[in-house]
Design a protein around this ligand. Structure first.
Ligand SMILES: Cc1cc2nc3c(=O)[nH]c(=O)nc-3n(C[C@H](O)[C@H](O)[C@H](O)COP(=O)(O)O)c2cc1C
Length: 380
């Protein structure tokens, strides 16, 4: 029995337990993967100031994110196709997040639908929106998220066109997977995955299939994205989406201070400093490198959240110290789900929590709001 002590253990288990095309889909960046690598490497290079003899009793990670009370300032980022990492994956992850007390974000490109997830949890979750050419459909998606009582809409701005991930093309990534000899042979070596998939009827994009006329073959994700995602998406669209939604709006994919100013001007409630986990523009700086300038540009006019490369509670503390008010994890929970379903996602949250507690204790912080750049060793 493997003792899972860190997120890397979960990644290794995920690789062992999930068909190659879905593991590779998660563990890839675009093109040379330089931004994907930089996200992790730059975070890891940030050093803490160790402080001693500070009364660390009564430490708490409890705080709020977008006005909602949370057990710690961490949310599950939107990750597409998680119902292919594990049968009913989105439902399992949403349940784990709810029990732990952190927000879950459902991707537009999920397998379980908004309604499936809403029926499986008792508290509101966040919904992530991709903007398609068919604006009627986008409007209806927003209405469905409203009807499901989602508490925030996360509008992703950095994927109107797809950054190429070599492995997805080589593996012929599709949902559901095509029953080629190579795929069947690979799936036969993943009995847990097959078992969970056989227990569910959810194997297609639940938010899309059956909700849009004329959308039949979505099996090739890259081709479908190229045809349906709207390259005309602009700041004007942010305005109507905000209007139609009427609730808390979060803009995801901001990497530049000028765009951060526009995000503030749009009237959205928060932005997420994100390069899509190094999956879009290969060659952007890491999010850890981009974050401080955006925090400075925005000041207290808007909530700044961040994601990218977070693989431990220490990494969460580093992002907070750089100025983020909350942190999203992507691959960390996707690996955990692939490795062990709902229990895996619960485990990854506990690992992060425990490590954050130690990080806070040994840097002399007892509350999340005490975390600041003062906690870090200055680089120059
Ligand atoms: C497999 C995978 C699928 C993703 N799907 C989506 C998505 O559907 N919508 C979205 O806004 N971001 C998506 N992202 C980006 C994540 O929300 C997040 O920005 C990124 O994973 C953070 O980096 P990390 O994985 O290093 O934590 C995806 C990321 C991964 C790894």
């Amino acid at each position: 029995m493997t003792v899972v002590t860190c997120i890397e253990d979960l990644r290794v288990l995920a690789q062992r337990r999930v068909p190659r095309m879905f593991y590779d889909y998660a563990d890839s960046g675009s093109w040379s993967e330089s931004t994907y690598r930089a996200n992790g490497a730059d975070l890891e290079a940030i050093k803490f100031r160790q402080r001693v003899a500070v009364d660390m009793d009564g430490r708490t990670l409890r705080t709020t994110m977008l006005g909602e009370p949370v057990a710690m300032p961490v949310a599950l980022a939107p990750v597409g196709l998680t119902g292919m990492q594990r049968g009913d994956g989105e439902i399992l992850a949403a349940r784990a997040a709810e029990k732990f007390g952190v927000p879950f974000t459902l991707s537009t490109m999920s397998i379980c639908s908004i309604e499936d997830v809403a029926a499986s949890v008792t508290k509101p979750f966040w919904f992530q929106l991709y903007v398609m050419r068919d604006r009627d459909f986008v409007g209806r998606l927003i209405d469905r998220a409203k009807a499901a009582r989602c508490s925030a809409l996360v509008l992703t701005l950095d994927l109107q066109i797809l950054g190429q991930r070599h492995k997805d093309l080589k593996n012929g990534l599709s949902t559901p997977p095509k029953l080629t000899l190579a795929n069947i042979a690979n799936m036969a070596t993943k009995p847990r995955w097959c078992w969970a998939m056989l227990q569910t009827r959810r194997r297609e994009f639940g938010n899309i299939v059956g909700h849009v006329a004329g959308i039949d073959d979505m099996s090739s994700l890259s081709e479908w994205t190229a045809r349906q995602f709207d390259p005309k998406l602009s700041w004007d669209d942010v305005a109507w989406i905000k209007d139609r939604w009427g609730g808390k709006l979060v803009l995801k994919g901001i990497m530049d201070a000028e765009d951060a100013h526009r995000a503030v001007a749009s009237g959205a409630d928060a932005l997420i400093v994100s390069n899509h986990g190094g999956r879009q523009l290969d060659g952007t700086p890491s999010t850890a490198a981009a974050l401080p300038a955006i925090v400075d540009a925005v000041g207290d006019r808007m909530t700044v959240l961040a994601d990218g490369g977070v693989r431990s509670g220490l990494d969460v503390a580093r992002m907070l110290a750089l100025g983020a008010k909350g942190v999203l994890i992507g691959r960390a929970w996707a690996y955990a789900l692939s490795a062990s379903g709902e229990a895996g996602v619960a485990h990854v949250l506990r690992l992060i929590e425990e490590e954050m507690r130690v990080a806070m204790a040994l840097t002399g912080c007892t509350r999340v709001r005490d975390i600041s750049r003062e906690m870090l060793v200055r680089s120059s």
